[in-house]
Design a protein around this ligand. Structure first.
Ligand code: SF4
Length: 282
């Protein structure tokens, strides 16, 4: 006996690897942070207190080859993937942001790589060309229409003076102009995507501007005949929205009290109401 058998030996060498799963059967959020740098310093963000926000691998831009390999590898997963190009940095600061974005969407036909894409930005670095890139990527006819669902803008102020006080840079007017341009260009194309979240984190420095903020953006959305929501928790509907957000800080009860007073003033949620809190973006 030499130990051999007549049973066929499986040969997997020419077969594609089976799709990988997260093991949880849940949608996956993939944050590919293309830079840990930011061009402003919001007082409620680690960027304001630590020049090396992660302490590790600080102050760098992801190489295109790394982005490409990471994006390509998403094809191996059959879970529903939401892709975000940020974590603690400002993604639009990356000098190759537009190239990165186009690569991801150029290779996502049929949503083979990711089902959803979300961009969080402070909005200060949206040139007209970049706005066109975003609109091009968000309105492809070879993937699900709502793939590029939202751009979340961290605005947090109405007047330039308060913007400067909170963020230490005088970009307030530019941010407003960029968001309005994105909305106008989207409308001029007759396009729906991406939807816009204009976020306002309620804090002592800006709480007196909440009504002005609400009124300004209401006028903009009305001028463009855009339906919109005003929300106090993460948006849960596919509509442009204004998001009066809770500040997270060491003295959380004080931040929550101020938030509730502002919501009450704006007529969004009375002080005695329970409200509905999901605190989860989609
Ligand atoms: S824009 Fe975002 S990343 Fe930059 S400092 Fe503000 S919160 Fe932090």
């Amino acid at each position: 006996m030499d130990g051999s058998t007549d049973a066929p030996v499986a040969d997997y060498t020419n077969e594609p690897a089976p799709p990988r799963r997260s093991g949880f059967g849940l949608p996956i959020n993939v944050n590919l942070e293309i830079t840990d740098l930011c061009n402003i310093k919001c007082r409620m963000c680690g960027q304001a207190y630590n020049p090396k926000v992660h302490n590790l691998q600080p102050n760098s831009f992801m190489k295109f080859e790394v982005w490409k390999a990471s994006i390509d590898a998403l094809a191996d997963y059959e879970d529903e993937i939401t892709l975000c190009p940020h974590w603690l940095g400002e993604p639009c600061l990356h000098p190759e942001f537009d190239r990165f974005l186009r690569y991801a969407f150029d290779h996502n036909e049929g949503n083979r790589l990711f089902r959803y894409f979300k961009l969080h930005t402070n909005g200060s670095l949206l040139s007209e060309d970049r706005i066109e890139t975003i609109l091009d990527c968000a309105n492809r006819d070879n993937m699900a229409p709502d793939t590029f669902r939202f751009v979340h803008f961290s605005v947090d102020a109405y007047t330039p003076a308060v913007y400067y006080r909170i963020k230490k840079y005088d970009y307030g007017e530019r941010v407003y102009r960029n968001i309005v341009t994105l909305l106008e260009r989207r409308e001029a194309r007759g396009a729906k995507w991406p939807l816009v979240t204009n976020a306002f984190i309620v804090m002592p420095e800006n709480q007196h501007e909440a009504e002005w903020y609400l009124n300004y953006w209401t006028r903009i959305f009305d001028r463009l005949s855009l339906p919109f929501d005003v929300v106090y928790d993460w948006p849960q509907h596919l509509r442009d929205n204004l998001y009066f957000r809770r500040l997270h800080q060491a003295d959380q009860p004080a931040a929550d009290r101020l938030h509730r007073h502002v919501l009450d003033r704006l007529g969004l949620l009375g002080l005695d109401a329970n409200g509905t809190w999901i605190e989860e973006s989609f």
